[in-house]
Design a protein around this ligand. Structure first.
Ligand code: HEC
Ligand SMILES: [Cu+2]
Length: 353
């Protein structure tokens, strides 16, 4: 009974593994060739040099581990079939083999060599990515992780924004790297946009840096990849890769002070007499807080609250009424405003283009 049980298991095991492998291979093939843009975080569709090197490395690791799998699977299948219970078995214990030096040495040395090869390949990719020194033309950005949103500063360009990072594309004619210095305002976060680069942590009092050179325009998504508190899951990354012209236009627009619109003066008064200004900056007004995102050009963003919701008037109103309804645990308090105040405040925010 016991023997039958184990035999059944060992036959089923490889079959199941095989099926699993088959389906994951199908999945991989279809995401790569048929629908490359289906997932904006697809690790099989790298679009920047660091991500491409990592992709190459993962193919190498997959090939090595795949080869090991095939060898082990074939041997296992052979043994299971060849030595299965037969009618002629006399029930005695089979011959036992002890202490073969050759076998012991082989199954120690070969795995060690494989691990060393994988280690060397990995170390080389890491070193290759890190040794690149930024050219003078590189765009420099400081990314600061906050619970639970991203602050982006462009020190050389005089721009401060939040949650939606804009960078220029790097085409063969104008190769442009973007250098991102990673800081944290509170606890550990991790910057991870899979199609652009590997993960790098943002650690308090320990500046890190990374670089990207996205080779196609478009929106690249990511996610804070280090648990940083309740709303870590809604701390999304959005990287907008733009042509140089579009990027320059975006920079010009972001440098302007807040747009003043008399029709929203009532909302502006509420904003400026409520605690909002202690946490938020609106350039050119009395609002100069730094605990929350800069709102000077709030309307130039597609989403609010680090990608948690689309930036629509309804969501904005809902957010101010009760941030927890969109992002439970967010560090912005509900300010207990009445409906009329909420309406005028929303109308004011809508003018921050
Ligand atoms: C105690 C500090 C604090 C106060 C007071 C505060 N906020 Fe916030 N606010 C935050 C933080 C922190 C976030 C980021 C939340 C997140 O994404 O997790 C935020 C996010 C926002 C956002 C979304 C910005 C974006 O681009 O994602 C808006 C809009 C906003 N606040 C408006 C207001 C208004 C209007 C008031 C006043 C009624 C206000 N806030 C009061 C801290 C504050
Ligand atoms: Cu985080």
């Amino acid at each position: 009974m016991q023997i039958l049980g184990t035999k059944k298991l060992s036959v089923l095991g490889p079959v199941q593994i095989c099926l699993l492998l088959f389906w994951s291979a199908v999945g991989m093939a279809s995401t790569e060739s048929v629908v490359p843009s289906l997932s904006p975080t697809n690790i099989f569709a790298p679009a920047s040099t660091p991500a491409k090197s990592i992709f190459g490395l993962s193919l190498f690791v997959l090939a090595v581990t795949g080869a090991i799998f095939v060898v082990v699977f074939i041997l296992l299948a052979y043994v299971v079939v060849k030595f299965r219970k037969s009618a002629r078995d006399d029930g005695r214990e089979p011959a036992q083999v002890y202490g073969s030096n050759q076998v012991e040495v082989a199954w120690t040395v070969i795995p060690v060599l494989i691990v060393v090869a994988l280690f060397m390949a990995t170390a080389r990719v890491i070193a290759d990515i890190q040794k690149v020194s930024p050219s003078a033309k590189a765009v420099e950005i400081v990314a600061i992780g906050h619970q639970f949103w991203w602050e982006y500063r462009y020190p050389g360009l005089g721009v401060v924004t939040a949650n939606e990072l804009h960078v220029p594309v790097s085409d063969p004619v104008h190769p442009t790297a973007t250098l991102i210095k990673l800081l944290s305002a509170d606890t550990d976060h991790s910057f991870w946009v899979p199609r652009l680069a590997g993960k790098t942590d943002l650690i308090p009092n320990h500046p890190n840096s990374m670089w990207i050179d996205p080779q196609q325009t478009g929106l690249f998504l990511g996610q804070c990849a280090q648990y940083c508190g309740t709303q870590h899951a809604k701390m999304l990354l959005r990287v907008y890769v733009q042509s140089r012209d579009e990027f320059d236009r975006w920079i010009q627009q972001q440098r302007l002070p807040a747009f003043v619109n008399a029709t929203a003066s009532q909302g502006q008064r509420i904003f400026e007499t409520t605690a909002c200004i202690n946490c938020h900056t609106v350039a050119g007004t009395v609002a100069n807080g730094h605990f929350g995102p800069d709102l000077t050009h709030l309307m130039s963003r597609d989403t609010i609250a680090a990608g948690a919701a689309p930036n629509t008037p309804e969501n904005l109103r809902l957010w101010i009424r009760n941030p927890d309804s969109i992002k439970p645990g967010s560090l912005m308090p509900a300010m207990q405003l009445d409906d009329q105040q909420l309406d005028s405040l929303t109308a004011y925010l809508e003018t921050l283009r």
